[in-house]
Design a protein around this ligand. Structure first.
Ligand code: ADP
Length: 201
């Protein structure tokens, strides 16, 4: 049987609420930063939403990637596209969607620290309690017992295509796949979305 994770479908409404909470946390903490660094790709939308709420005009991107055991000797995440803008002497906030192992954000923080910011903090929408890295701010704490693969709205089609491809050998037909997603991933995916992810017959 193929491995299908328990999933949670995240709505834009959830994102909006978490972004509001996070902005509030930052404001009651050390206040709005001068620069926000969004980790690609998961941190792009959250960082833009925070920049809007905190009235931050300076937004930069940083890419931390997990290359897997075949690409690096230890299978750890690494920075594949560094900061292209100077953050020296600035008050910086690094933003991502979720800390799960926390490795990507930990690495990103180390990288930004070498660029000599005045202050450096981190923020995520979700924080899973088993993460080795704890962000300075997060909107929601997820106990590790409630771990799920969170299907963020900006990653919807990528995740649905992946899940459908995994469920296809056992599920066979679109309705069989849809049932597997219901039983194993515990998500209700509209029929037309499963059909779209199946691709042309
Ligand atoms: P890793 O470095 O092991 O991939 P991280 O906790 O550093 O784990 O997360 C890296 C990125 O992977 C996150 O920013 C997010 O986009 C994605 N991700 C990791 N865990 C989850 C999850 N449980 N649900 C949804 N996305 C996840």
């Amino acid at each position: 049987m193929t491995e299908l994770p328990i999933c949670t479908l995240v709505s834009w409404k959830d994102i909006d609420r978490w972004a509001d909470t996070l902005a509030q946390e930052v404001l009651s903490g050390s206040g709005a930063p001068e620069t926000i660094v969004g980790l690609t790709r998961g941190g792009w939308v959250p960082s833009r939403l925070l920049a809007d709420r905190l009235e931050v005009k300076h937004l930069a991107a940083l890419r931390a990637q997990h290359w897997g055991v075949t690409a690096t000797p230890n299978g750890n995440a690494e920075i594949t596209e560094g900061l292209t803008t100077s953050v020296k002497g600035r008050k910086v906030l690094v933003v991502d969607d979720i800390t799960d192992t926390g490795e990507s954000l930990d690495l990103a923080m180390e990288h930004v620290r070498t660029k000599e910011p005045l202050t450096l903090e981190s923020a995520t929408l979700l924080h899973i309690s088993h993460s080795t890295y704890v962000p300075t701010y997060y909107a929601e704490d997820v106990p590790k017992e409630r771990w799920a693969w969170f299907v963020f709205p900006w990653n919807y089609w990528e995740d649905i295509r992946t899940l459908v491809a995994k469920a296809r050998p056992d599920g066979k037909t679109p309705s069989g796949v849809r049932q597997l997603l219901r039983d194993r991933c515990r998500i209700e995916v509209p029929e037309e979305d499963v059909l779209r992810a199946f691709g042309p017959a």
